[in-house]
Design a protein around this ligand. Sequence first.
Ligand code: ZN
Length: 141
Amino acid sequence: MAAPELPPAPRPSAEIASYHAHIYYDPTATRELAARLRQWIGERFLVRLGSWHDAKVGPHDRAMFQVAFARDVFATLVPWLMLNHQGLSILIHPNTTSPRRDHLADAFWIGTAVPLHGEVLPDYDEAEQALQPNTTPHLPA
Ligand code: ZN
């Protein structure tokens, strides 16, 4: 196997326009856990909580809801999720101009990794800027 080609320069982190956390759950077994986690997040972080998807959607192979957040929220939200995921699987991915790479190559998991079909995503798209938050945090993280 040939050695991978060395990149001429590192990718700047400014490529990242925003982030998503996808919180997976089982509609019959762990929806209540997910609902409590969702409430806890909304009470503590300025984010956009997405719709519940009890059925598979997009590249996601399990029920989940999305948490969209700005770059400056990452440093507080992500460590908090590491401590509070309660056994749920969470996918964290950046939003750049390559949704496929964001999900398949550059994402990471909190909890157990579950199947993901990133190959259905476009290789190029406009990077998603942080969505308008819909939470009103009032508790410390
Ligand atoms: Zn996403």
